[in-house]
Design a protein around this ligand. Structure first.
Ligand code: ADP
Ligand code: MG
Length: 705
């Protein structure tokens, strides 16, 4: 149950004074449905209206705030002409100019003979100072309010330093500002959840005061990310994030696990069948995984490794450890294509070990599916590879001991927990091929154990990466022709042109047609809208070599493994993110042949796009690339937050506030040690914090939640 004290913040925007359904809809689009969301919408700058000259001293081109007397109204004599209001002070005349004036509202807003304050950009038109559509108009101090703009209680009618907020179409700055002030007005002081000593040491204000000052900056500098008020709010948000993750972890640890330590016979059989030796990074990771599995609490470990670092074999060996103990294990991939590919690469090894391997995806229907489900429930399958389909309710395991989730960032926390709920004491290993910077790992997984495959299997040659302007397409096609004669297999990736798959597809189809003119039947096409079996057919034709050029939309992005492919062409590379380009490039360089990656761009390039392409040219180190990506784009965009399952932050900036994230992690650890049920007074306040940032799910894990 949400603490009562927060109720006033978790109500629809329409409950705010002056916010009707229409405005509420616009604000909701911008910030979210509740008042609390509005509080997190911080200003991006300020307009300084503190310059208050006399009329004669107001230079053109500058924002000024003037106190003047309304001298005369001149409604337009002809349609489309402006409505002018003549104002004066002791130094001169100022004209206020309005277009499209309806009714008599200006007469009410600017009553004849009254003193008013107007603010806006002054322009000089034939020597007469003018303000066209002043940003602000209000009664001067001491004047009685009028129908147009009653003086705000206790405030001057015109804010001299006016915060500027990110907007959305149709929403005026004035309306948004008014709504935010209304939201602040219904915001109560909340119990302090910060550790008092830490708060004192940081010189941080109380929560409401911090919010209030962020929304009422004294000047541009007051918005800096490193000021106490902003840091406090950032810390609050990160603490909520870290505490929620810590609670989920605690819960996970409390659930009984099982000691899983097999005798090694299946693993030995598989290792004997491998055409290579494990790298020391793989062996180290396996030692860590086996050690976790051997304890009687549940494993929750992240295996990070760049594309091609050899995570799959690590997963298989961990799964076999479970099978050796009589349990089942499941491997979940984010796409059908990858699930099938895992199946293909695991099948011969599973056979070598004599374990029974099955597949379950959304595409499996009817009798085959029923048979798989039955075998699974009866314990006649040891290993199951699949997609999201594994989450479905009718999927029942006989005794699931380990779940491996591949390409983890595509799945959210909830899905993760859902799957581990399928077994009685299931260990979980999550694998990600996108090297996530340390910071993001922490926000997404909290204090989760991490194993890293920092070393690639031996014998890989560096990938020669070149950036080429799209104008030189012909040269690229010639180069591809040369490579084909040498026996290369080529990926040709067309980008997401817009958020529409249809248009996306059109680009790929068109490119496929063009390349077919040059290379005939050697060119294949694979895209997201193809039916599953057609996709598979195209992929295997490419793997077998009946197709030598595979034109693809980004469906090949994740994990596809064709070791004979040695050329990767990416069109409009400037439209892809760094991490994505790195992933794409990782599709080549998997075999023993030298590989090439051609990044085709359309100029002129912006600064960020140029830096991105340069970084790719300079390094293949996925972790370094990920750090750069974070720096260049900001965390939210690194993986495309929506599909990434990573949390979004409104107040915290993961680059600027990294130190706070570490502090929040340490604080969360301490809290969990000392007050795991959040029962002390500070614990109660921390519950408020969790609800405030909508981490309710975590509160449910408290025994007395
Ligand atoms: P990823 O980490 O991207 O999932 P994979 O598991 O698909 O990488 O491995 C990429 C390729 O490297 C596969 O063809 C795999 O057989 C091979 N591989 C894995 N480990 C080794 C190793 N220790 N030595 C040589 N090749 C390896
Ligand atoms: Mg993989």
């Amino acid at each position: 149950m949400r603490p009562d004290i927060l109720n006033s913040l978790f109500v629809p925007l329409t409950t705010l004074k002056g916010v009707g359904p229409q405005v509420a809809k616009l604000i909701e689009k911008l910030t979210g449905p509740y008042i609390v969301n509005l509080l997190w919408h911080l200003p991006s700058g300020v307009i300084d209206r503190r310059f208050t000259p006399k009329i004669a001293e107001a230079p053109g081109g500058q924002v000024a705030t003037l106190t003047v007397r309304v001298d005369g109204h001149a409604p337009p004599l002809m349609p489309r002409h402006p409505y002018k209001v003549r104002c004066t002070d002791e130094t001169g005349v100022l004209e206020l100019v309005f277009f499209h004036v309806k009714g008599n509202y200006l007469e009410k807003l600017l009553p004849l003979g009254h003193k008013v304050v107007v603010s806006g950009k002054v322009e000089r038109f034939r020597e007469t100072p003018q303000i066209t559509h002043p940003d602000r108009i209000g009664p001067a101090e001491g004047e009685v309010g009028n129908a147009g703009m009653p003086p705000a209680a206790g405030a001057t009618a015109v804010e001299l330093v006016e915060p500027v907020y990110p907007l959305t179409g149709g929403l005026s700055p004035k309306t948004l500002r008014r709504s935010i002030l209304a939201a602040l007005a219904v915001t109560q002081e909340l119990p302090e959840w910060l550790d008092p000593a830490f708060q004192r040491q940081q010189h941080w204000p109380a929560w409401r005061e911090a919010l209030r000052s962020m929304h009422n900056p004294e000047d541009e500098n007051a918005l800096a990310l490193n000021l106490p008020a902003r840091r406090r709010l950032a810390f609050d948000e990160m603490l909520a994030n870290q505490l929620a993750l810590a609670l989920i972890r605690l819960q996970q640890r409390r659930l009984a696990g099982r000691k899983v330590a097999g005798d090694g016979r299946l693993r030995r059989a598989v290792i004997a069948a491998l055409p290579y030796a494990l790298t020391s990074a793989q062996e180290q990771s396996l030692r860590e995984i086996y050690a976790d599995m051997a304890t009687d609490s549940r494993m929750l470990r992240l295996l990070q490794g760049d594309v091609g670092s050899g995570k799959t074999i690590v997963a298989l060996l961990a799964m076999l450890n479970a099978v050796e103990c009589g349990y089942q294990a499941a491997l979940m991939a984010p796409t059908e294509l990858l699930a099938r590919q895992h199946l293909d690469s695991l099948a011969p090894l599973a056979e070598a070990a004599g374990v029974r391997l099955g597949l379950l995806t959304g595409r499996d229907k009817g009798k085959g599916r029923a048979a798989t489900l039955k075998a699974l429930a009866a314990g006649e399958l040891d290993l199951l590879v699949g997609t999201h389909a594994l989450f479905q309710r009718e999927v029942e395991f006989h005794d699931l001991g380990l779940v491996v989730i591949d390409e983890q960032h595509r799945f959210g926390v909830h899905q993760r927990l859902q799957l581990s709920a399928k077994g009685r004491a299931t260990d979980v290993l999550v694998m990600t091929a996108t090297p996530i910077p340390r910071t993001l790992t922490l926000t997404a997984y909290g204090d989760m154990e991490v194993s890293r495959l920092t070393e690639k299997p031996p014998g890989r040659l560096p990938i020669a990466t070149r950036t080429i302007s799209l104008d030189r397409l012909e040269e690229v096609i010639e180069a591809v022709a040369r490579k084909l004669r040498e026996g290369a297999r080529v990926y040709w990736v067309c980008p997401l042109v817009e958020e529409s798959e249809v248009i996306d597809l059109a680009a790929a189809t068109e490119r496929h047609a063009l390349l077919s003119q040059f290379f005939g039947a050697k060119v294949g096409l694979v895209h997201g809208r193809m039916k599953g079996p057609d996709k598979d057919a195209a992929m295997s034709a490419f793997a077998e070599g009946t197709i030598e050029i595979l034109v693809a939309t980004t469906v090949i992005e994740v994990g596809v493994n064709v070791s004979a492919a040695t050329v990767m062409v990416v069109e409009h590379a400037e439209r892809f993110g760094l991490a994505q380009l790195h992933q794409l490039r990782g599709r080549v360089g998997r075999g023993s042949e030298a590989s090439t990656c051609l990044l085709l761009y359309e100029g002129p390039l912006g600064d960020v796009a140029r830096s991105r392409l340069r970084i790719l040219r300079d390094t293949e180190d996925g972790f370094l690339i990920a750090e750069e990506d974070l720096r260049l784009r900001g965390a939210g965009e690194v993986l495309g937050t929506r599909q990434s399952g990573l949390p979004e932050f409104h107040l915290a900036d993961l680059t600027e506030h990294q130190d706070l994230l570490l502090a929040a992690r340490d604080d969360a650890r301490l809290i969990i040690d000392r007050d795991p049920e959040l029962e002390t007074p500070r614990g109660q306040a921390l519950r408020v914090l969790l609800y405030l940032f909508e981490r309710d799910a975590a509160v449910r894990y408290l025994r007395s939640g």
